[in-house]
Design a protein around this ligand. Structure first.
Ligand code: ACM
Length: 265
């Protein structure tokens, strides 16, 4: 199974440009799964809820609908960030779209980073895994800053994920230390789709530093993008290899857990 991670520079608030670019990238892909950055259709640096409300869409909107059609036509799984609105809420969401639309859903970002708390509601989906038998893949999704919370990856892994994907807009480099560890300790593949470029609002600049990466289930780097270039990185993965969590005849990283002795909130 081939996974593509697409790194590009969305233009802030230019949904037409971003969506056309994203759809071109997806149309050109030969992968089974493609992952795109967080808030890929709008850009990142919102400063108010009113702004989000202006650009956000429901899952009946044209973005989600176009991606569903592309996923079906191309037999590809698409995970991409977008600003989502519901009747009364605004979410920093990822569309998780399968060729068979019955399996498609959204993940709504749980841990809100920096000024996001003034613009979005906290996600209410929790961390979910979709078992997509047609491709023999169990897929779990988180978004960007969720990486700081090992519970996110652990929850997805305990729910059976083979591959964790993370649409991201990362502004630090430290995640490169933790993400391979999350892959290793959970024995899962882990793919991070970061963006590049800068956005400036009210004299504050955010710099997004690319270096999107795909890690194998032993934490090894399988593919990595440059810091400043738009590019697609790819890896061949074998999801079923992640399901046996033993690493010698006596130890199994999930069976050996001792949850009764761990801190419970
Ligand atoms: C982030 O959560 N966009 C850093």
């Amino acid at each position: 199974m081939k996974i593509d991670v697409a790194q590009f520079c969305p233009k802030l608030f230019d949904k037409a440009y971003n969506l056309e670019k994203i759809n071109e990238i997806i149309s050109a892909s030969t992968a089974d799964v493609i992952v795109l950055p967080e808030l890929a259709t709008t850009g990142y640096f919102f400063t108010s809820r009113d702004e989000v409300a202006e650009y956000a869409e429901t899952t009946s909107g044209s973005t989600y609908t176009q991606w569903q059609k592309l996923a079906k036509d191309k037999d590809i799984i698409i995970v991409a960030g977008f600003a989502e609105k519901t009747e009364d809420k605004l979410f920093n969401s990822a569309a998780v779209i399968f060729p068979d639309e019955e399996f498609s859903s959204v993940y709504r970002k749980t841990h809100l980073f920096y000024r996001e708390r003034f613009c979005f509601d906290m996600g209410d989906t929790g961390f979910n895994v979709t078992d997509y038998e047609d491709k023999n893949l169990r897929l779990g999704t988180m978004i960007c800053y969720d990486w700081r919370f090992p519970e996110a990856a652990r929850t997805l892994a305990l729910k059976g994920a083979d591959l964790i994907v993370s649409p991201s807009n990362l502004v630090t480099d430290v995640w490169h230390i933790s993400t391979p560890s999350r892959a290793l300790e959970n024995k899962v593949y882990f793919a991070v789709a970061n963006r590049i470029g800068t956005e400036t609002r009210e004299e504050e600049e955010l710099y997004f530093n690319g270096k999107s990466a795909i890690y194998g289930y032993n934490g090894q780097l399988m593919a990595k993008a440059e810091e400043k270039t738009e590019e697609i990185i790819s890896a061949e993965i074998d999801p079923a290899q992640t399901r046996n969590k033993s690493f010698n005849e006596f130890n199994d990283i999930f069976n050996d857990r001792q949850p009764d002795l761990y801190w419970q909130d």
